[in-house]
Design a protein around this ligand. Structure first.
Ligand code: GRF
Length: 197
């Protein structure tokens, strides 16, 4: 039985597109739903164009508990088994995460456990590190924490800016997330590692 996967977005949804495209043929997952908290998210039309049902669950002007209760209901109505956060800009509460323990994946644009939170490319540049990257991890109640499932690594070059790093990293995010999701659904224990080049 293919596992029903939901992808949660807030913006452009480029990682979502790659995840949807990857779930074809004999893939162990099926892209069953795309959910955005932002009605304006460009990713919503991309999901529709790919034939994936979409839902909007707005967080605006309501208590977080109410937002999360609707999100949970939408996911359960669609019989979702695995959730992929892909540029989903809301922090899920410990209560929500507990209801989906071990079933939520996230992609974060840094080599965790370094540079949690926002502005990760600027954080990496300011650190003086020679490499940067992205991480797919299981979501636990602590922000940008949880077991690491895979990472992709790029060099930091002279003259790099946060925008340049982001632009060089995104294509690796697009390779990493589908590879990790497939391995996760197949029960592969080995972490996925991708090096630029
Ligand atoms: C990506 O950089 C991802 O790592 C971060 O948010 C961005 C989402 O981009 N969590 P997109 O919406 O997938 O294009």
């Amino acid at each position: 039985m293919r596992r029903r996967v939901a992808i949660l977005i807030s913006g452009s949804g480029s990682n979502m597109v790659r995840l949807i495209e990857s779930m074809a043929g004999d893939h162990p997952g099926v892209a069953a739903l795309a959910v955005s908290n932002n009605p304006e998210a460009a990713g919503l039309t991309k999901a529709e164009a790919l034939g994936v049902p979409v839902a909007i669950v707005s967080h605006k002007g309501r208590p977080k508990a109410e937002f999360e209760a609707e999100l949970d209901a939408v996911l359960r109505d669609a019989r979702i088994e695995v959730i992929c956060l892909a540029g989903f800009m809301r922090v899920l509460s410990a209560g929500f995460v507990a209801r989906w323990t071990g079933k939520i994946l996230n992609i974060h644009p840094s080599l965790l456990p370094l540079f949690k939170g926002l502005d990760t490319h600027a954080q990496a540049l300011a650190s003086g590190m020679a490499v940067h990257g992205c991480t797919v991890h299981l979501v636990t109640p602590a922000l940008d924490d949880g077991p690491i499932l895979g990472q992709a690594v790029i060099p930091i070059r002279r003259g790099d800016t946060p925008d340049r790093l982001a632009a060089r990293l995104l294509p690796l995010e697009h390779r990493l997330y589908p590879a990790v999701l497939r391995g996760f659904l197949e029960g592969v224990a080995e972490k996925t590692v991708i090096l630029e080049g």
